[in-house]
Ligand binder design. Structure first.
Ligand code: PRT
Ligand code: MG
Length: 213
């Protein structure tokens, strides 16, 4: 049995064509079904529906053999026990620093002010601001980071941006582009050895599908 961990939403949608290229079709719609284990057209391949941030954990501990997860999630989780053979170039976005449009970020940085930064991405933020030599107090949030500067909880946020519409709607502006993000294939290292014969063709099919664009 091959078990693939996926999260609902954009990653699931953008993964379907890659699975199809590997001859795998998911037989149930996770948006409609309450089932957490989905069957596929291949009797020995199943899909687990897990929270996006839990994908690396399932794969690391062997609850799933393969998973697809954002580079953002992977950087926060750490990559112990995970083989990362492919950038799938799906679910693309960037991770940025944003502030209220009336907050002068550049002069705060120049003055050496201590900034309060709200984010779900504590590890990425710590590394980024340390590399710039900016002192920060990090506040961990689990969602809706955009709210924090609006109510005075933080001077800045570190969050994912794709169209920029969410920032705009909340009168926030991007002041730093930390890095580009896309989703990665992650494979359990022990499974890669023990299930080579079944996993290799899937990884190779994904690779060709990504190369074909
Ligand atoms: O939603 P949940 O709390 O369950 O988990 P999650 O938010 O971690 O999962 P999900 O499915 O929302 O995101 C999974 C992955 O998709 C992320 O880890 C990223 O790698 C990737 N991705 C790509 C994005 C976006 N684009 C994106 N735009 N994830 C989130 N967003 C958010 C962004 O933070 C903003 O708040 O979508 C909002 C809209 O963005 P704009 O700029 O288009 O307005
Ligand atoms: Mg989300």
């Amino acid at each position: 049995m091959i078990t693939i961990a996926l999260s609902k939403g954009r990653i699931f949608e953008e993964t379907l064509p890659l699975l199809k290229a590997a001859g795998i079709e998911v037989l149930e719609d996770p948006e409609k079904s309450r089932k957490l284990i989905l069957t596929t057209n291949q009797p020995d391949v199943r899909v687990l529906v897990v929270r996006a941030t839990d994908v690396p954990t399932y794969v690391q501990y062997g609850g799933a053999d393969l998973g697809i997860t954002g580079k953002d999630t992977l950087l926060e989780h750490g990559s112990q026990g995970l083989y990362q053979p492919l950038d799938l170039r799906i679910a693309k976005c960037r991770i940025s620093v944003a502030v209220r449009s009336d907050f002068d970020y550049q002069s705060a940085v120049k003055k050496g002010s201590r900034l309060t930064v709200a984010t779900k991405y504590v590890a990425i933020s710590r590394d980024f601001f340390a590399s710039k030599g900016v002192h920060v107090d990090l506040i961990k949030l689990y969602g809706s980071m955009e709210l924090a500067p609006l109510v005075g909880l933080a001077d800045a946020i570190v969050d994912l941006v794709s169209t920029g519409n969410t920032l705009k709607a909340n009168h926030l502006v991007e002041v730093e582009h930390i890095m580009d993000i896309s989703s990665r294939l992650v494979v359990n290292q022990a499974a890669l050895k023990l299930k080579q014969a079944q996993l290799r063709p899937i990884i190779d099919a994904f690779e060709s599908a990504v190369a074909a664009g």
